[in-house]
Design a protein around this ligand. Sequence first.
Ligand code: ZN
Length: 235
Amino acid sequence: MLRITVWNEYKHEREYEAIRRVYPEGIHGCIASFLEKEEDFVIRTATFDMPEHGLTDEVLKETDVLIIWSHGLQEEFSDIVAERVQHYVLAGMGLIALHSAHFSKIMKKLLGTSMTLKWKHGDREKLWCTAPTHPIAAGIPEVIEIPEEEMYGEFFDIPKPDDVIFTGWFAGGQVFRSGCTFSRGYGKIFYFQPGHEEYPIYHMPQIQQIIINAVRFCAPVKVNRAYPECEEVKS
Ligand code: ZN
C-alpha cells in the first residue's frame, strides 16, 4: 500500500465562484478522487486552515508521498511546518509539488534556489515529453495539448534537475522545464507545472496519469536509516 497525503492551500476555490465551478471539492478533492481509483493507494487530504496546516508529525509519519498545491498563502505558511516537511523528505518521503507550489517554502528550503520564473495569464501549452523512458512518462503521449493554461517561462531558477521529463511550449513563444525530478537526502521530488486553478487541468486523464506515475516514482526506497547523518566509520 502507498499512503498519499494531498495537501492544498484551498483558498481560491472558496473565494471565487468561477474556480469553485472547476473544482467544487477543491483541487485536493479532485486529485484525491482520481488517486483513490488506484487499488494500492490510500489517500488522505489536508489543507492550510487545519492546525499545523494538517501536516503534523503524526500525518507525515504515515505519508509515503506528499502532494502539494499552493499559491496565495505561501508567505503565511509556517516555517516550522516547512522545516518539518523538509526533514521528512530528507528521510525518504516523496514530494510532488504542483504548479505554483514551486514557490512554496517547502520547495525553496529543499531546493535552495530562488525558484523564480516568468509568467503570464491566459496562454496555450503543448506539453512535450522529453524523457520518454522515464517511469513518470509511462503511457504518456509525445505531446499533450492544454488548451488554456497560465504560461510559466524560463529562466526557471532551479538547481539542475535529475531529469527533465516534460518541457512546456507556450503559444506566446516561451518554453519551460515543466516536469523535473530532484533527489534530496533519501527523498525523491517531482515538480510539475500544469494546474493553474482557473482551468480544468487536473480533470485531464493524461495529466492524472502523470501524477499517478509520479506517486509511484516518488515512493520511498527502503533504506535502513531514518535520516541522513554524518557517521564515523570505525575499523
Ligand atoms: Zn497559476
